[in-house]
Design a protein around this ligand. Structure first.
Ligand code: NAD
Length: 444
């Protein structure tokens, strides 16, 4: 099948490469010329494990094309996916900014002479597909199309695998023709997994599909805020959050995922999707009180993280040096959007702390977003910097940090505080190296 994808960011690019991989002919489109020029040369503008190989393989196979001109690709396609950003609105009121989605609707309206299904992959409030349909119809009353909702659930850092082996594919449509095309698009995934269609593809109405995405992300954010509060309680009652999480997660109804405490959830999705769903609930006078608390707890968790760092500096921050390990909101991505480091580091810099920072992939983006006083380190500079700082703070659990051979510097570590916000290390071992180690919610 010939498919166009508008928006070649984290979601659009992964979707395009994976759809090409499973046998379709895909045009990845983006208005960002530089991005397209890079992609045409097989250079990937983001870091996502496995993606570069997949993109290059499918470019060579003649199944994946990149362009910033949408006319011919769209006219040629049977399905047009919209995968543009839906950030929080710049007004700061928490509503999703749908201007990019609506702009695409306007741009493609004149290109829908032959029947096409317009598939909304972006995360959008309930009613957006309806509005996309209205806009297309307004600009081209003769347009021949249906709009379907197909929210994306991939996780950055594991996106390729998540797309090719999804837990589920959710499709919202009220058109049999659209349903048939979307089934054909995803059929290869069913063939690969050798499962019945119904256990992988969930067809529903459009509004429900749109809500499934927001409700899913909000539920995961709820688990995180919940476990962050339980971790805080662990510190008061001498319980150990790692054991508590393991014990809870062994119950299949609860599951072990998203039960690890941290410095507060971040990323390009959870913060904006939680607030957007809260606005939808408010507008419909159907309060989501649990979710209100989830958002508040997350703000408090970031503040609590800053307080913890100040405490290990004995609340005398000015002139102190702190090494921060990990800047991205999670490992295996270069995505810095809403990363906890973006609120924690500026708060420390403001108090006169000199920050040394390392991240395996996030530094180019971090340089644009963090205060210019921050000094960035290469991986091989981490060990020699530790003896010179007043504290080490781990914000992101990149696996590389477990490879740091602290034995090389053990004799230079004089009870340096090490605050591990991801419980990546063992207290006993870190103490042996000479650190004054502190995890989150741990008593072991
Ligand atoms: P992104 O910012 O990485 O990419 C969006 C791309 O769309 C950009 O490259 C931008 O240049 C392009 N674009 C914007 N307007 C355009 C237009 N008119 N024509 C062509 N290109 C245009 O965003 P993302 O992280 O890929 O997210 C896209 C959507 O998917 C959002 O709604 C997001 O909430 C959702 N989502 C994201 C993730 C994730 O992990 N990033 C996961 C699931 C769902």
């Amino acid at each position: 099948m010939k498919i166009s994808i508008i928006g070649s960011g984290y979601v659009g690019l992964v979707t395009g490469a994976c759809l090409a991989q499973i046998g379709h002919l895909v045009y990845c489109l983006d208005k960002d010329r530089k991005k397209i020029q890079k992609l045409q040369k097989g250079q990937i503008p983001i870091y996502e494990p496995g993606l570069e190989k997949l993109v290059n393989h499918n470019i060579k196979a003649g199944k994946l094309y990149f362009s910033n001109k949408i006319k011919k690709p769209i006219q040629d396609s049977q399905a047009v996916f919209i995968a543009v950003g839906t950030p929080s609105s710049r007004r700061g009121d928490g509503y999703a900014d749908l201007s990019y989605v609506y702009e695409v609707a306007k741009q493609i309206s004149g290109l829908l002479q032959n029947y096409k299904v317009v598939v909304n992959k972006s995360t959008v409030p309930i009613g957006t597909a309806q509005e996309v349909k209205r806009i297309i119809g307004q600009y081209n009353p003769k347009a021949n199309f249906d709009v379907a909702s197909n929210p994306e659930f991939l996780k950055e850092g594991a996106a390729v695998n998540d797309f090719l082996e999804p837990d589920r594919v959710v499709i919202g449509t009220n058109s049999q023709r659209a349903e048939k095309i979307l089934t054909q698009i995803y059929q290869p995934l069913i063939n690969i997994q050798k499962v019945p269609r119904q256990s992988l593809i969930f067809f529903t109405d459009i509004a429900s599909a749109e809500l499934i995405k927001y409700a899913s992300n909000s539920f995961l954010a709820t688990k995180i805020s919940f476990i962050n509060e339980i971790a805080a309680l662990c510190e008061k009652v001498s319980a150990d959050i790692v054991d508590v999480s393991v014990g809870m997660g062994m119950d299949k109804r609860i599951s072990k995922y998203f039960l690890k405490p941290g410095p507060g959830y971040g990323g390009s999705c959870f913060p904006k999707d939680v607030t957007a769903l809260l606005r939808i609930a408010q507008e419909n006078e159907s309060p989501l009180r649990i979710l209100e608390a989830v958002a508040e707890v997350n703000i408090a968790q970031k503040a609590r993280s800053i307080k913890k760092i100040k405490q290990i500096l004995k609340n005398r921050e000015a002139g102190k040096k702190v090494l921060v390990l990990g800047l991205t909101f999670k490992p295996d991505t270069d995505d810095m959007r809403q990363a906890p480091s973006l609120s924690i580091i500026p708060a420390l810099v403001e108090k006169g702390v000199q920050i040394y920072a390392h991240d395996p992939r996030g530094i180019p983006e971090a340089k644009k977003l963090l205060p210019k006083q921050v000094k960035y380190l290469q991986f091989n500079e981490i060990l020699k910097t530790i003896p010179q700082v007043d504290a080490v703070v781990l914000l992101t659990e990149w696996k590389q940090y477990q490879k740091l051979d602290f034995t090389k510097i053990t004799k230079h570590i004089k009870k340096t505080p090490f605050l591990d916000f991801r419980n990546l290390f063992s207290k006993q071992i870190m103490q042996k190296h000479g650190f004054k180690y502190q995890g989150l919610g741990r008593n072991k």
